[in-house]
Write a protein that binds this ligand. Structure first.
Ligand SMILES: NC(=O)c1ccc[n+]([C@@H]2O[C@H](COP(=O)([O-])OP(=O)(O)OC[C@H]3O[C@@H](n4cnc5c(N)ncnc54)[C@H](O)[C@@H]3O)[C@@H](O)[C@H]2O)c1
Ligand SMILES: CC(C)C[C@H](N)C(=O)O
Length: 363
């Protein structure tokens, strides 16, 4: 891959390669866009098979955070990091401290948090070397695990999507099929169960299935069955790319609203479900609760204030549908438009010189 061509095509600012022989650290930090503020996004630890796979992933995820943060109304830019390694085998204090020192070297242009394969305990180790890390243990005045807050945001966004589809945002009596009942979806299921929804769940991890069945009276189905079950709402909370040529013909739901990142395999699949009349809550809008929560730490963490901001996901979903209807486009495109317009207008408003270090000269 020609990295500079790709960076130029999507206007990336910076890609940082980090190597530390002692700890075995091989990491890449991507800063996509800092028009709105410092780049904030989690660190993914994954056993990438090739370096190219890791580079493609960090670039794609970093750009996704720019859109997520902008659409959420945060004064935060987009970035992400990946550590190449197996999270079950290759974690050590030495490795996370070495990584923390690289983050410190960026002097606040990039701020990290949890993502797939990393935990609060890992953030605590990074925090030994840098303050530019969020999602650290609450004992340090930080916000801890973002997953329950992500789940709350998905719950609020799902209610908004239900209002658009059914004319009422009540989820009582609705049948909701949840794919993957891990950290986020377990907490989501709790909210849905408390409101009186009927749950159908699946997971490749039987323990997680059993937990949802026992705690919330969920009905369990096989991993391939979940797409075609009779339900009102399908909630993808496991993997990306699950809205695709194979699954679309199976869907019986009227709404798709879940936590997973990058749910559309390709943009055309967003157009297809739009044409079928499904209400689709764009992934990066509905799952922004976690980043909204960790971003609050930059003002001195206040959980009440963070949750209030997470509540706005409800209105954001409604707003995206207003744009989609106004401009005659699918909801995923309307979300992109909303994020891009906000970034462009802030960039325009910063075209005069100010002696306070806040002016960002982008172009
Ligand atoms: N944790 C957060 O705060 C957060 C924030 C934004 C987005 N997300 C996204 O939400 C999704 C869930 O995140 P999480 O933190 O709950 O992760 P998790 O790993 O705790 O949960 C994912 C669950 O999906 C299951 N799973 C994997 N493959 C599956 C398959 N083929 N069929 C059924 N189940 C399968 C796993 O066994 C696991 O239980 C991810 O896509 C993540 O990127 C998470
Ligand atoms: C900053 C993190 C809490 C972000 C989360 N990993 C996400 O994908 O939104």
């Amino acid at each position: 891959m020609n990295i500079f061509d790709y960076m130029q095509k999507y206007d990336y600012e910076q890609l940082v390669f980090c190597q530390d022989e002692n700890s075995g650290l091989k990491a890449i930090i991507c800063i996509h866009d800092t028009t709105l503020g410092p780049a904030l996004g989690g660190t993914r630890m994954w056993p990438y098979k090739t370096e190219e796979e890791a580079i493609v992933d960090v670039l794609r995820l970093g750009r996704g955070m720019t859109y997520k943060n902008a659409a959420a109304g945060l004064n935060i830019g987009g970035g992400k990091a990946v550590i190449i390694g197996d999270p079950r085998e290759h974690k050590s204090e030495e490795l996370f401290r070495a990584f923390g020192r690289y983050i410190q070297g960026l002097n606040g242009r990039y701020i990290t948090a949890e993502d797939v394969g990393t935990t609060v305990a890992d953030m605590d180790m990074i925090h030994l070397e840098t303050d530019f890390v969020t999602g650290v243990s609450p004992a340090f005045g930080s916000s801890g695990n973002p997953s329950p807050v992500t789940a709350y945001g998905v719950y609020r966004g799902m209610k908004a999507a239900a209002k658009l589809a059914f004319g009422s945002d009540s989820l009582s009596g609705r049948v909701i099929a949840v794919q993957g009942v891990g950290n986020v979806a377990y907490n989501l299921c709790r909210h849905l169960h408390e409101e009186g929804a009927h749950l159908i769940v699946t997971d490749i991890n039987q323990e997680n299935v059993d937990r949802a069945v026992n705690d919330f009276g969920a009905k369990a189905v096989g991993v391939n069955e979940i797409f075609g079950v009779e339900c009102d709402i399908f909630s993808p909370c496991a993997l990306g790319a699950i809205i695709n040529d194979d699954t679309i013909p199976l869907f019986k739901a009227k709404v798709i609203a879940g936590a997973a990142n990058n749910q559309l395999k390709e943009e055309k699949h967003g157009d297809q479900i739009h044409e079928m009349g499904l209400i689709y809550a764009p992934d990066y809008v509905i799952n922004a609760g976690g980043v909204i929560n960790v971003a609050d730490e930059l003002q001195g963490y206040n959980r009440e204030r963070a949750l209030k901001k997470v509540e706005t996901i409800y209105d954001n979903i409604l707003k995206i549908y207003e744009i989609a209807e106004r401009d005659g486009m699918a909801s995923y495109k309307a979300a992109d438009r909303m994020a891009e317009e906000r970034i462009a207008s802030v960039a325009r408003s910063r075209n005069t010189f100010l002696q306070n270090g806040k002016t960002v000269y982008k172009r």
